[in-house]
Design a protein around this ligand. Structure first.
Ligand SMILES: [Cu+2]
Length: 528
């Protein structure tokens, strides 16, 4: 019998194009997992990932990241076939200070064997510098646009952050010109208290070219640490941010961007900018904060052992209680905060695998025995009470006259499609009459799920800010507008859908009060 999780997986497989041998294989593997039989890629004996799994030859890889190099100096030689799991997983440098300066720089990043890849980066690495800050404290991040003038003006959105409108990364306003800088101020507050602990990420949001800018590398992670979260969860070196993103490389290991309104994908899936990395771990619990940093690709993550993930959080912080999941779908911009336990796996290799492509993405080598002092409490964090909605708005994620639209309209920075009042709660209803899935992201405040297709929401989607919307689905959410007035975006996070027009804006406004009557002027005293 297939559970709800399984139905979600099958829908995703059938809705993701094109259908090919790998997908049929993935369907088979999924059925195996769901039947509870499990499957194993342990060691290097069985091949669950297709022919590329064993291809290639061993080779050394330079670990230098972000060595600056001008474009166009590469020797045109064919890149060697990458050797699977021959390079260690990397983690971007972490900035933890209140004042952070990040240069938006072109850099040649060593990703595959052979020539490095010219990318646009936040601080010279891909993904960019990870910002990690305690909640409730103000953080000033100054970005300087050092890219070639052809890249144009830029804007940075701190995705998941409750920013004031001026600091939210407006797509066509408050931009960072070539050679110029802009400081974004994040106060770490929400609903009059500290912002909830979670993993956000920052990325470019420039109108019409977000897809190009993100593809070229403008993505970084941003972790908000919250002392109110349970201290027993795996932390420190056992707390791993993982950005999963695909790229298409040419023969010179470059990633030219060719816009496709249906979404740009590549055949190489990177984790933290490394293709098929390995990580040596101990036989204990680890917290994985997984981000789908792809432009358009959806994943369905499993463990090669058939073991479960224990999901503890979403984009919007910890769930009310942990949810055990054998497989997890993740669309562009979604995050999965999970705990994986390698106890009893000493000496084995465990793979984080994408069932939709059949590809193993990351090899965990369980090489050390470690005492595990971490634990997952049975309850994590209660849902905040955001009241009952007083206004309902409907948003149809559609295709109109050959373009991706919302309620039949493409993005227009001069049009505002909703003016919710600050302090009020609204119900927003999303529908998807198209044949493709969308991952819908609302800026400003997190949202709570009311219903999916008229029934219960998935147990792991109580509060989020990026929502997977399958073809034909209806999703009801509620959200309360707090703290800030001003302009915010609502859009599909398949960034080519967004660039093609599937974005709109809403303006949070103050309540309108009746105009005060002008005080009548004193009548002039008639002259005697
Ligand atoms: Cu979309």
């Amino acid at each position: 019998m297939i559970n709800r999780n399984g139905r979600e997986a099958f829908r995703t497989l059938m809705n993701t194009r094109p259908v090919n041998f790998r997908r049929i294989l993935a369907l088979f593997i999924l059925a195996t997992v769901l039947c509870g039989l499990g499957l194993s890629f342990a060691g290097s004996e069985s091949n669950g990932g297709g022919d590329h799994f064993f291809a290639g030859k061993t080779g050394e890889r330079h670990l230098r990241r972000g060595d600056l190099a001008p474009t166009g100096t590469l020797t045109p030689i064919a890149a060697p076939t990458p050797t699977p799991f021959s390079h260690p997983l990397l983690f971007s440098p972490v900035a933890a200070e209140a004042n952070v300066s990040i240069g938006i720089d072109e850099a040649c990043v060593q990703i595959l064997d052979g020539p490095c890849t010219n990318m646009w980066t936040y601080g010279g690495t891909y993904p960019g510098i990870t910002i990690r800050r305690p909640t409730g404290q103000t953080t000033n991040v100054t970005f300087t646009n050092n890219l070639d003038p052809a890249a144009g003006e830029l804007t940075v959105h701190n995705h998941g952050n409750h920013s004031s409108a001026a600091n939210d990364g407006q797509p066509d306003d408050l931009l960072i010109p070539t050679g110029g800088s802009r400081t974004y101020i994040y106060d770490g507050l929400e609903r009059g208290g500290n912002q909830q602990g979670k993993m956000q990420f920052y990325h470019d949001h420039r109108m019409d070219v977000t897809g190009r800018n993100v593809w070229m590398g403008l993505t970084g992670m941003y972790i908000v640490d919250d002392p109110a979260d349970p201290p027993t969860l795996p932390s420190g070196t056992f707390d791993l941010p993982l950005a999963v993103a695909d790229r298409q490389f040419d023969a010179n290991n470059q990633i030219p961007y060719v816009f496709d309104p249906n979404g740009v994908t590549g055949d190489k899936i990177l984790v933290n900018g490394v293709y098929e990395p390995y990580l040596e771990v101990g036989d204990r619990k680890y917290r994985l904060r997984i981000l789908d940093a792809s432009n358009a690709r959806t994943y369905f993550l499993t463990l090669s052992t058939g073991d479960s993930f224990i999901q503890i959080g979403t984009e919007s912080g910890l769930l009310p209680a942990p949810v055990v999941r054998t497989g997890m779908r993740m669309g562009p911009a979604e995050r999965l905060d999970v705990v994986v336990d390698f106890a009893g796996k000493l000496g084995q290799n465990v793979y984080l695998t994408d069932l939709l492509t059949g590809m193993p993405l990351l090899e965990f080598r369980v090489t050390q025995h470690l005492v595990d002092d971490s634990s997952i409490p049975p309850t994590l964090r209660p849902l905040p009470d955001i009241g009952e909605p007083t206004v309902t708005r409907n948003w149809s994620f559609d295709k109109t006259a050959g373009h991706w639209t919302i309620n039949g309209l493409r993005f227009d920075p001069n049009r505002v499609d909703a003016r919710p009042v600050i302090g009020t709660t609204e119900k927003w209803v999303f529908t998807n009459p198209t044949g493709q899935a969308h991952t819908v992201h609302i800026h400003d405040v997190s949202q709570q799920c009311i219903s999916r297709n008229g029934g219960a929401c998935y147990p792991y989607e109580t509060m989020k800010e990026t929502w997977y919307l399958d073809p034909g689905e209806t999703l009801e959410l509620k959200l309360k507008f707090t703290d800030h007035t001003g302009m915010y975006m609502l859009h599909c996070h398949i960034v080519e859908h967004e660039d093609d027009g599937m974005m709109t804006q809403f303006e949070v406004v103050r309540p309108t009060s009746p105009r005060p009557r002008p005080t009548p002027l004193p009548r002039p005293t008639p002259r005697p």
